[in-house]
Design a protein. Structure first.
Length: 254
């Protein structure tokens, strides 16, 4: 069900429309690369489970099961059907890794059911370097792997679950953002809201997490045909301290 009290994407200001933000000068075209990049981002302080957007991101675990923090909140509000769907999609991802012994490509993802239907889901995984030997029927889920489910009782259409890294695997955080955005592109979503992946129970430093998040998203948006996408990326912060960190990082990088 769609929560009528939820925040709509149309009410969210782009980064270059925020209070105190840099106005578009007379010499700067609204179609300039800088303007397009700034207009692709929003920053807000809110409960991510209340956003009425195409998709939100859940920082999950290697089992894709209900946990603590934002992960637990998303599962509780979505209802038990989400955890069942996560296990189904995780099994599909494992079997795909066994068959392919590599990460799924966008071409393969595009052959899956229509992502525009709320009751369908997509899968995408990270590198399958631990693919099992012949005869084994399983493959390891890795940090950065992604699956998608419907939003169920949440106001968003989809939830993309990514295996969150810890401070011991900090370099994998960039992969999480890139894999999520690649899946967003394949699913043809127009808006995606990120929580602070790995910065809660996984103990990633909040400033490092914000810098990696912003850098990874900017880099992805500047790659090839991604520049032509009409995509709004939302950094949704639970605490004001995180909002301040993201604002500082975005002021430097955008």
């Amino acid at each position: 069900t769609w929560n009528q009290c939820s925040r709509r994407i149309s009410s969210l200001r782009a980064w270059n429309q925020r209070d105190g933000g840099p106005p578009c000068s007379q010499t700067e075209s609204r179609n300039s690369p800088v303007h397009r990049l700034q207009s692709s981002f929003s920053l807000l302080l809110d409960d991510i489970t209340t956003l009425r957007v195409d998709g939100i991101v859940n920082a999950s675990n290697l089992q894709f099961r209900k946990g603590g923090g934002v992960n637990g909140l998303i599962h509780r509000k979505a209802g038990p059907a989400m955890e069942d769907a996560c296990q189904t999609e995780a099994a599909r991802l494992k079997m795909f890794k066994v068959r392919q012994c590599r990460s799924p490509s966008e071409d393969l993802l595009s052959n899956l059911p229509n992502p525009c239907e709320k009751n369908e889901s997509e899968i995408k995984g990270g590198d399958a370097t631990d693919c099992k030997k012949d005869g084994e029927n399983d493959a390891e889920i890795q940090v950065g792997d992604c699956i998608a489910t419907a939003g169920y009782n949440l106001p968003c259409k989809y939830v993309i679950h990514t295996v969150s890294p810890s401070h011991f695997t900090l370099k994998s955080l960039e992969i999480c953002y890139q894999n999520v955005l690649s899946l967003v592109r394949t699913m043809q979503l127009n808006s995606i809201a990120f929580c602070n992946i790995g910065c809660g129970s996984h103990f990633i430093n909040a400033r490092e997490g914000a810098e990696i998040a912003v850098d990874a998203c900017i880099q992805w948006l500047l790659e090839g045909q991604n520049q032509e996408l009409n995509l709004r990326i939302i950094f949704c912060c639970w605490e004001e301290a995180d909002l301040i960190l993201y604002r500082d990082v975005m002021l430097k990088k955008l």
